[in-house]
Structures are given as C-alpha cells and as structure tokens.
Design a protein around this ligand. Sequence first.
Ligand code: SF4
Length: 464
Amino acid sequence: MKNVAGDIQQNIQLKELNLQKRNFVNDAVRIIEDFFVRNRGKFVYIHTGMFILFSILILVPALLPVPMEDSTLWNSFTLLARLLIWGLWFPLLLLSVIFFGRLWCGLLCPHGALSEYASRKGLNRPIPKWIRWGGVPIASFVLVTTLGQLLGIREYPLAALEVLGGTMIIAVLVGFLYADGRRPFCRYLCPLGPLLGIFSRLGAVSFEKEGRDSKGYPCPTFINTAKKAGSSNCIECFKCVNPGAPGSLHLEIRRPGLEIEEIKKRRPNLWEVVFLFSATGLALGAFHWMVNPFYIRYKQAVGSFLLNIGLGDWIGWSGPWWMMVNYPEGGDVFNLVDFISITSFMLASMVGTAMILFFLTALSALLLKDKDPLIVTITRLGYLYAPVALVSLVIGLGLILFQSLGAFGFSRETIRMIQGIFFAGGGIWSLYLSIRLQGGLNRAIIPNILGIGFVALAWYQALF
Ligand code: SF4
C-alpha cells in the first residue's frame, strides 16, 4: 500500500516537472517570437549588412591576383573568402535548417531580400505558368550545380562571382517583373530553395495556425497561411505572426523530424521527393567525377567517341572562363571532352540514382500494401532519405571546413571520427524515419535499408 502511494506521488511529481519544463519552453518561444515580431521592420538593416558582406566576399577576390602556393588564410583575402563561403556558409546553411528552419532565407539571404525589394517597386506582372511548374526548381538546381562544377566554383573567384552574382541579378529581375512585394524567385526559382525546403521539414522550428480562423495573411512565398500544413516553403519572415489577431500563425518548437514522421497530414509533394532523389544523384556525380577512377575511363571513352564521329579537331577546344575552367597560367584548363564528360557523368549519376531510389521506394510501398494509391505511398516514404542526404551534403560541402579543423589542433583521426559520427547519424535517422513512415518494423524496410545503404556507400566512396 505504501509502495502504491509512493508511486502515485512520484508520478505526480514527474508530471509537474514535465509541465514546468513545457511552460519554460513555451515562455522562451513566446519571448523569441515577440522579439522577431517587434523587430521585423528592422530586418532591412540585416538585409543591407548581408548584401554588403556578400558582395565583398564575391567581388573582391575576383579583382585580386590568384593566391600563391604558400599563401595562407592570414595573408590572402581570396583564401579567407573561400573558407567563409564554401567552408562555413554553405555547409552550415544546410545544417542550420535542422535547428532554425529556413531562417536564413527570411532573415539573412541577400538574394531573396533584394528580390522582394525589387518586387515592391516593380511591374507586378502575373507569374507565368512555366515558372510555377514543379520541375523548374529541379532544372534550376541542375543548371547551377553543373555550371558550378564546370567553372571550378570553389577554386576560382570569377566562377563564384558568375554563379552567385548571376543568380542575384536573376533574383532581382524576377522580383522586378513579377508579383507585388513578394518573392517568386525564392518560391519557384532559387536553386537551393527546394533543398532547404525539404530539409526544413526535418527542422525543429515551424509556424502553426492558432485557431480555425480562415483569415490568411499575404505571404512572400505564396503560402495560403489560412491552410498552411507544411514548412517547406516557409522562409520564417514572421509576417503572418500577429499574436492575438484572427488567423495569426505562431512560432512552434518541435522534435526534429516530426513533420516527416507525420508527413501524411503535412502536404507531401511528389516533386519534392523527385527533387530529393535527383539532387542526391547530381551531388554524388559532382563529387565522384573528381575521385572515382571509373570517371577517367569514361572520359577516355567520350574522347574516342568524339574522334570516331569526326570531331577530332574540336576535342582540344577550350571555352572561355565563364563556360568552363580556363586558367592556363595555373595549368588548369578544361577542353570539350572535359565539358561533355563532366556534364554527362553528373546527369547520368542524377538519373541513375533517382531511378534506383524510386524503384526501391516503390518496392517498399508495394510490400507495405497500404490502402492509399501507390504513388501516394511512394511520395510519403521518399522523405525517409532526407537525413542521409542532408548529412552527406554537409560533410561533402564542408570538406574545406573539416580540413581547416587541422589548423585548430584536431588530428586527422579525430576529424575522420567527427565525420564518421555525422555520417552514421544521418543513416540511423533515415532508418528510424523509415520505421515510423511504414508504421512499425516490417519487411517493407528491406528495400529502404538497401536504398539508405546505397546512398551511404556512394557517399562514403566519394568522401572517405
Ligand atoms: S508562412 Fe508566414 S512566416 Fe512563413 S513565409 Fe509565409 S508569411 Fe512568412
């Protein structure tokens, strides 16, 4: 009897403790929300600062001479800018969505902000149908990623200026032409938008509806805030957060991965899954052509093929620096064979990987025997690859960051271990999502294990 009373007492104490914890988290979230709502009018100062910083980082290195062999971070601004853009900004941007969602897009991104400001002063034309087609973000990602590889975007400042500066000009143009005070570029054309969107579904932050009020707020990325169900297009601008007002959304902190676990009621989108599969394959191709011995054989075959069809005179042709790597002074020049081989290798990797993952996901959906149509189940299950893809991209794009850890006293083994832990974490998280999405541990997991293993192995070969 004494024991039962003790247990009840312990349970009550535990519940009180949980309640206190929840109240503490809620209070903290309300303080953060209140801060952003009160200061959203001042975002313009942050946007201006980011525009200046970004412009310096992409413009100045393009005007400076190429760093010498013995240059270091401390005496070469070009190397410092390279570390800041490719070593810190890019990988940490992807990682940040787990903790903050797409806060970068709404608060810090100079492209999006400029596009919105241009759109306020612009022609306010209706957005053409073709821009709103679901395949456009995939095309944008493919174009920018492939061009980045052909230009040597991480090594050469002129290439970074062309791609990052060029997309900024397009963002401004699109904003100027279409929509009034909104961001059609961020929603439909940004090459990074869909990637950040899918990964933000894994994130710990979301904006949720307060009541059943049907009032909506104008959203820069064209979300119907009265019916908002998913996070992928939300750039966290706080414009729909008006505490106490009808139809307001509020900031919510949740368990990372929760939105994907309950993706059925979070508006899953087949285009997002197609993008996830394709982007994984394209990114894999972008790393493999640099390290995989098979690529050398493939390039030789492409060269022989061009010779056989009578294009021998063109094989050695090198395009200008804005089309492909062309720096004879550094001994780094691509020719037509490089151009065709890299492009086709990356595209083949994209299509091949997407087909393999689609086939395995379809097999898992068939084994699951869900009552939903097959394509609906495939769409739902496809999201399980988000963690393994995210972690692999962070490790791959963060190679410069990991290499720089050596300068801070980290041994090679320790760096490898950190990368390994990250890598394993992504795979395990994907497996966990697979179990949650298929409603428990059953045989439908087998194709998913194969798919996760395939992605992990392909990345492992490219990175380790
Ligand atoms: S849903 Fe709200 S916070 Fe998200 S982008 Fe739209 S207006 Fe901004």
